[in-house]
Design a binder for this molecule. Sequence first.
Ligand SMILES: [Fe+2]
Ligand SMILES: [Fe+2]
Length: 308
Amino acid sequence: MQPRVYDDMGVVERQLEELKSECKADDDVVVSRVSRGETIETIEEMSPNYLETLVEFMLTQHDTEIMSACAYHPAATQKAPTLDAKISGSAVVQDEVGHANLGYRVLSDLGFDKEALMYERDPKEWRNMRVFDEPFENFAEFACGVGFYDRAGTIQIGDIEENCSFGPWRRYERKVVAEEGFHKRLGDMWFKRLGSGTPEQQQALQDAVDKMFPKAIAFLGHPENEGKAIQQIREYSLRKGTNHEHRQEWLRQVYETFDSLEVDIPIGYDESEDEYDVTFDMDWKGVYSEWKESPGPVDHIQTVQGVA
Ligand SMILES: [Fe+2]
Ligand SMILES: [Fe+2]
């Protein structure tokens, strides 16, 4: 028999195609098992489509974890205003590398080649959230990073820890959620310190909020037009909440955090509906074209691979 030709495929695609032959379950069996709250523990219990959906979702989270370490590092350490800021910022960076490693370890238990995932992927093949493609400019931006993006992480990863049908992933997220909670609280503390500080500190925070708030809203996904990938993820019970539910929780927390600060935040609250919303028109078209045209996290990959 002729070997299959995988030359025109990316690293992830090629490994996925090879591993799908180890999936022994029919798709309807998988869906009915996970909808009863059962967990999937091995590749044999998966259908090929469950495996593919799981891997895409896991790579999105864990590529984001490692790229967040690269993006946070310069601002959190070299631009930290105090020693305590530098120490806690370094701890965040270390945590993020640890979170990434947990995911790649589980992917390698499924049969993926971790070395190839780290060293052979084209920048376009990394699935990280685009908010971490560039380094952050200053410490106020780092504060918004942990206060906005890691807050979104606590909500999204908290959902996985509570509801995910893939047992190994669900179990290690307990540790990750606890650490993301520390990152979020660090953001809240710096929001308060900068937001009630000198006029210069308040302005630095305001500039960072203005720049990063819309990126956080993009990170949380479109609240009405959920993409096919998210629908499939929810059908396989890899997470439960909708984009709308996650976004409401995020808006509520940020609204309450900024309530007492001299910094404008573009969130409105409708008391009669008990609903939060942003007070500007979100440019979703621009977001999607930016994501599509991105070359990937080229500089960060060099850092990860040790060639920077
Ligand atoms: Fe993380
Ligand atoms: Fe984090």
